[in-house]
Write a protein that binds this ligand. Structure first.
Ligand code: DC
Length: 230
């Protein structure tokens, strides 16, 4: 069976990562969460005091420090799942906090940040056999991906999912703050100048607002088999 590149794009918190991770495991592909990479850069900027009280970034300082940022993924031997590392430190939990979520969009809008991460992402997909999720995977990172999926769901349903996710991890959560964050991020992600979130012309749309995990998986596996058999 031929190996392909699977590009999964869509709005925040619509279950892209869980879905992409699961698909990768099922078909034996490598999974890359590109949102985690933007989150890791955000955590780095927060730790270096590069945000002021209004959330403005010290762009010059970040640009000069960026060569020191090394993002990688390491397999957790206990869970068998990849974890995001910032300069070799596992930061998987830290990058999912609401504080990072609230600061990540302006970081992801910086062209020099995107240039560095996109280059790394393209190198990871050289050998194919990869499932990558993000916002610009089918449009910028892998415009020739054999299978492109654009995932969407209503903002309320996405906020509910993120709320439950944080609650389950024992992290403090406030539904209204999360919904506001989801809506704000949608706006910034779709309106930014560099690589805004948009559906690739040849992407298949998956609205999972009312789909069960099992229904979604079946849909994905059908598409995967179609594309690998071609
Ligand atoms: O998928 P996520 O919520 O973890 O993504 C975090 C942020 O990073 C989100 O605001 C969009 C941005 N992002 C991006 O601009 N490009 C990507 N390929 C992935 C994420």
């Amino acid at each position: 069976m031929k190996k392909i590149v699977i590009a999964i794009d869509g709005y925040s918190s619509c279950g892209k990562s869980t879905m992409a991770k699961d698909l990768a495991q099922e078909v034996g592909y490598i999974y890359v969460d590109t949102g985690a990479m933007y989150r890791a850069v955000t955590l780095f900027a927060m730790r270096h005091g590069l945000f002021d009280a209004e959330g403005n970034i010290n762009v010059e300082k970040l640009e000069s420090l960026l060569p020191e940022v090394n993002i990688s993924f390491k397999l957790n031997p206990k869970t068998g799942k990849p974890e995001t590392c910032l300069n070799n430190e596992v930061v998987e939990k830290e990058i999912r906090s609401l504080e990072v979520s609230q600061h990540v969009s302006p970081i992801a809008a910086l062209p020099f940040v995107r240039a560095k991460l996109v280059e790394q992402q393209q190198a990871m997909g050289n050998e194919k056999g990869i499932v990558m999720d993000g916002r610009d995977i089918g449009t910028v990172v892998f415009p020739n991906a054999e299978l492109k999926i654009f995932v969407t769901a209503s903002a309320e349903i996405r906020a509910q999912r993120r709320f439950k996710e944080l609650e389950a991890k024992g992290m403090p959560a406030d539904f209204d703050a999360i919904l506001k964050n989801v809506e704000e991020r949608d706006y910034i992600d779709t309106h930014r100048e560099t690589s805004p979130l948009k559906q690739a012309d040849d992407a298949l749309v998956l609205d999972n607002s009312y789909l069960t995990i099992a229904e979604q998986k079946q849909w994905l596996m059908e598409k995967f088999h179609e594309r690998t058999a071609e």
